[in-house]
Design a protein around this ligand. Sequence first.
Ligand code: ADP
Ligand code: MG
Ligand code: ZN
Length: 476
Amino acid sequence: MEPVIGLEVHAQLLTDSKMFCGCSTRYSGAPPNTHCCAVCAGMPGALPVLNARALDFGIRSALALNCTIATTSRFDRKNYSYPDVPKGYQISQFEEPIGRRGRLDFSSDGQPVSWGITRLHLEEDTGKTTHTSVAGRDVSLVDYNRSGIPLMEIVTEPETHAPAEAREFFAALRQILMYLEVNDGNLQEGSMRADVNISLRQPGGELGPKVEIKNLNSFRAVQRALEYEIDRQNRVLAEGGTIYQETRGWDERGERTVPQRTKEYAHDYRYFPEPDLPPLTISESQVESFRASLPELPLARSIRFVQAYGLTPYQAHVLTLERATADYFERAVAVAVASPAGLANWITGDLARLTHESGAGLQSIPVAAEHVAQLVGMVEQSEITGSAGKQVLEAMFTTGERPEAVVDRLDLRQMGDASTLEVLATEVLAENPKLVETYRSGKHNAIQAMVGKAMAKSKGKANPQKVREILEVKLQ
Ligand code: ADP
Ligand code: MG
Ligand code: ZN
């Protein structure tokens, strides 16, 4: 049997206000029901107004996913009664979504793959229910701060895919939405979450009944839930059982899916056109201007990095994971004093480590890309050693100084002249008779330790290549 997989991904849009009212979207940490007005509470007579920026974000996302943009589209009411849906319905796009028939190209395990996108539509988030106990009584509390937050839903075609590829799809989608700056990519906080659908069929045969696993908010959960479910369905079928269409949940601790509701309990949403919002019309020329405003997307950018800068595909991949890193790299390359490959190594290596340790993003570190270029240039010109370079970068990270200033202040210019190195080598030999003895007994790699001693004595300033040559001559 082969697995057929389809994903439905919800992404919160990074707008300042909610989808249909002026309430602020920055509710994180705010007391319950303080970001809530008559529109989000669904008071009779309160009228929704579409957030123009949310529409922009939806159109740009749909274009980035190669969708056809509907020149006329509309909103529908999705009716269901649940405490966290204060109006008794959600406004969504059912019949006429903003984007259809798209495609996401990405690479999975180094191979290019393409997933069909069925649709992209706009809707609003629900509130949040908390089941707790107050004064010894079980109660359910509702908080409408999240209710009405702009959401975008992206639905993929049901196709034969592996669970690991589904994980890569989710990651690639997140990366694109972050490049577009329409979503913050924060999975733990639920800014993006995936429902995965999975069924088994005879290769190339008819689709089997699907099982939906709802609300996965990590890459790992997407892959593991699908793997588990493929095993479970295969087992049921092998034992002569039947798979029923149902919704299951993911038990993170137990690493298994658990039944939630079967088809008999499926909702009948009784969709109908939202009477309080006019239909949307988008002109061809508006669509074209949105298309022109799209940034270069990660896959295209990594291919260009390989071609234009001679990077390895891996380096290009790492550099383009986040737009801020790729932008930083290109600012550094533009200074043209260091090799692109050298910059790639420093930026994805030491600089990434320091940035990570500082807890900041690359946008807010005190080290300018131009200064990193100068630093790497100095290392490549042998003005300072690689290990001195690391020291300089750390200092730049705390003080924001230019690299030359740090090099001068810490007196790190490489010791390259022969007479200074001669003295250094003589001292190292005199101070380490054991190493000399070891070397003379035939264990020639003892010289490595002597070079190390010389580097330490010179505080990383000696040219290791030259020291080694001088030591070899002296030892012979
Ligand atoms: P529903 O109406 O139950 O939401 P949809 O047809 O809208 O179903 O599909 C929802 C998601 O499930 C889509 O991502 C789609 O690709 C996927 N899907 C549909 N049928 C199957 C199937 N038989 N096996 C696996 N995934 C499926
Ligand atoms: Mg659906
Ligand atoms: Zn509101």
